[in-house]
Design a protein around this ligand. Sequence first.
Ligand code: BG6
Ligand code: MG
Length: 219
Amino acid sequence: MAPIKGFLFDLDGVIVDTAKFHFKAWQRLAAELGIHFDEADNEKLKGVSRKESLEKILEWGNTSLDPERFEAMMAKKNDWYLEFVKEMSSDEALPGAKDFLAASLALKLRVGLGSASKNAELILNLLQIHDSFECIIDGTKITRSKPDPQVFSMGAEFLGIEPQSIVVFEDSQAGIEAARAGGFRSVGIGDPKILADAEIVISGLHQFSPSEIINKLNF
Ligand code: BG6
Ligand code: MG
C-alpha cells in the first residue's frame, strides 16, 4: 500500500458545524417554493454545489424557475446561510477538528481543503484556521461538483502527491464517491449506514488521532 503523505479535508460537516445551516437555509427556501424537503433529501445535497442543489430541489418539486428567479433564489439561500454563519463563533469548529489539524501538521503531513463551498475562505478565516491549509480548493475554483473528483484531484496536484497517498475526510455521500472515483483513500465522518462506501467511518475528528487513522487505513 502506498504510504500516506497528506490529508484533504472537506469543510462543511467535517471541520465546522455548518452542514446544519445549509440544511436550515435550503429547507426555508424549499418551503417558500412549496416543495417538501426533509433530512433524507438534504443528505443528497451534502457536498453538492449551490446551483446543483437548487436544480435538484426544483426537480424534486417537479418545477422550474426562469434564470433570473433561479439566481435570486440562490442568492436568498446564501443570504440566509450567511446570517446563520455570522452568529457563529470560532468555537463552532467541530469537536477535535482544530487539534486534529495541528496534530497532522506536527506529523509533517501535507494538509489541504477540498470543498464545494464558495464561502470556504470566509469560514476558515472566522475559525482562524486558514493558515493550517497549504492549499484551499473550493467552490470558486472548480467547474465540476462532487461526486466528480475534480476538487480533490486539484488538491493532489497542488500538493504534488499521488491520490493513493492522500486521505480524504468527508461527511457526504457525494464526497466519498468523489474520493473513490479519484483513487483517494477515504474516511467518512458520520453515520456508517449513510457513508457505507468509505473505507472507514468515524463519528468525528475527536475520535482518533492522525496516526491512529493512518494505522487503521494501513491495517
Ligand atoms: C458544500 C456543502 O460543502 O458546499 C453543500 O456540503 C453546499 O451543502 C456547498 O451547497 C456549496 O456551498 P456554498 O457555501 O457555496 O453555498
Ligand atoms: Mg461536507
